[in-house]
Write a protein that binds this ligand. Structure first.
Ligand SMILES: C[S@@+](CC[C@H](N)C(=O)[O-])C[C@H]1O[C@@H](n2cnc3c(N)ncnc32)[C@H](O)[C@@H]1O
Length: 223
């Protein structure tokens, strides 16, 4: 009886850790480690108690099977880090958030380094450029050049959104195919292409961008 109590306590501890992990945002590695340990403690407790009560074991397994979609959601859906913005930005569309995770992985070697320069083709209201500024180009000596035709009222939104980053943003109002030809070779550490999505334009933007990348630079093409 006493032994069973001990195992029940261990099981309860497992549940508590599971709940804590589900709630607290942790990096994926620690989250997985905690989840596996907690699940093992919980299962050990249940198996011990179920020695005298096989129905409990069956019920537990059934519960685990039924909540399977929820478990995978918890582990896999780690939200991409939210941009650490002041919250003062104004956006009407979102073509960026879904890529934060990938950008984090692809650009992690450049993060926080001094003298990193980026080119963005297609900036719209500045959401992706702001993410780069707040998450990769964080050093005061780093910068982003934003090329866009700015053909619409969103230009004013872009200007307002970018005001806090004055000095780190160079705005070029032009068609990319014209603007890129005026920039010197091997200027940028990474280039994000998200302008015209016509196949021919994407192809030309990529070809022109290639020349502007420093050796070993990174070219990201938005699908
Ligand atoms: C999908 S939006 C960019 C979204 C932005 N990168 C973001 O994630 O917040 C595409 C932008 O490309 C611009 N654009 C389209 N064709 C262009 C071209 N040929 N040259 C420069 N900019 C272009 C549009 O004005 C628009 O602002």
């Amino acid at each position: 009886m006493q032994k069973t109590g001990k195992w029940l306590c261990a099981g309860a501890l497992g549940v508590a850790v599971l709940a804590a992990v589900a709630v607290v945002g942790m990096p994926m590695f620690w989250k997985s480690l905690f989840l596996v340990s907690a699940a093992l403690i919980l299962l050990a407790g249940i198996a011990r108690v179920a020695e005298n009560n096989p129905r409990l074991l069956i019920a537990t397994l059934a519960l685990l099977a039924l909540t399977r979609p929820l478990q995978s959601f918890n582990v896999r859906s780690e939200a991409p880090p939210a941009p650490q913005s002041s919250g003062a930005h104004q956006f009407t569309s979102d073509w960026a958030t879904m890529h934060y995770d990938l950008w984090n992985k692809t650009l992690k070697e450049l993060k926080d380094k001094p003298g990193i320069h980026a080119l963005e083709i297609g900036s719209y209201e500045g959401r992706s450029a702001i993410w780069f500024l707040e998450n990769i180009l964080t050093d005061p000596s780093s910068s982003v050049t934003c090329v866009d035709i700015f053909n619409g009222s969103f230009e004013a939104v872009f200007d307002k959104n970018m005001a806090p980053f004055a000095g780190k943003v160079k705005k070029i109002k032009a068609r990319s195919q014209d603007a890129l030809k005026t920039i010197g070779a091997e200027t940028y550490d990474f280039i994000y292409i998200d302008g015209s999505h016509r196949a021919k334009d994407v192809f030309i933007d990529a070809a022109l961008s290639w020349e502007l990348l420093k050796p070993g630079g990174i070219l990201i093409n938005q699908r």
